[in-house]
Design a protein around this ligand. Structure first.
Ligand code: SF4
Ligand code: SF4
Ligand code: SF4
Length: 207
């Protein structure tokens, strides 16, 4: 089987919570590590033993117990924000890999439970500890995993675009920037500007 096809097949059975508990930045890098570097198939707590069995079928690695260093398999949860205490810092939005949090700077934030993968990644950045994980009465289905993959990919694309934009803005600014002046030059310039402002203020007062 071609490596890219193998990566795709592995990624297709990973739960797509993007929780990073496997030690990789997201599900796809873990799939790549299994396919290319023969990484162990027992590092995904959300997938649990059922996920390990599927990975064993695809990779022909032996079935193993979940690696306890990665965490334990637990029932699905969702993040809930205590809106009364939210200070609107947006740090949780920046941490959420699937855009499941909505809100704006200095305004209350809230979690879209249907989108939340239960990854926990928003908990640590919250400066006022007003997010908690709560159990939810639903199974983590293939449909939810596919939706989470799509939300993750859209976010990655958006961030890459933003990075390109800011990089090109920075390049334009640098290209248009005047030659850096020496300390003496800038100090003389500053003094001249202050003198100019004072002179104008004095002239206004006299008139
Ligand atoms: S669900 Fe979490 S632990 Fe499992 S592969 Fe994806 S990122 Fe890794
Ligand atoms: S809201 Fe929090 S727990 Fe839910 S997906 Fe986003 S970061 Fe993960
Ligand atoms: S990190 Fe906490 S305080 Fe900041 S916006 Fe999110 S929920 Fe509100």
């Amino acid at each position: 089987m071609h490596t890219s096809e193998l990566i795709q097949r592995i990624d297709a059975v990973l739960p797509q919570t993007q929780c990073t508990r496997c030690g990789y930045d997201a599900c796809l890098p873990y799939a790549q590590a299994i396919a290319i570097d023969n990484e162990a198939i027992n590092r995904c707590p959300p997938g649990g033993s059922a996920g390990i069995a599927l990975l064993a079928q695809i990779t022909h690695q032996a079935i193993q117990e979940l690696d306890p260093e990665c965490g334990t398999h637990s029932p699905p949860t969702v993040a809930v924000i205590d809106e009364e205490h939210c200070i609107g810092c947006t740090l949780c939005i920046q941490a959420c890999p699937v855009d499941a949090i909505v809100g704006a700077n200095k305004l209350m934030h809230t979690v879209l439970a249907d989108r939340c993968t239960g990854c926990d990644l928003c908990l640590a950045p919250c400066p006022v500890d007003c997010i908690e994980m709560q159990p939810i009465d639903r199974e983590w289905t293939d449909e939810l995993a596919q939706a989470a993959r799509q939300h993750f990919q859209l976010r990655e694309q958006r961030l890459a675009l933003k990075h390109d934009e800011s990089a090109s803005v920075a390049a334009r600014v640098l290209a248009n920037k005047p030659k850096v002046s020496t300390q003496a030059d800038s100090s003389t310039h500053r003094k001249a500007t202050i003198a100019d402002v004072l002179a104008k203020a004095r002239a206004r007062r006299q008139s």
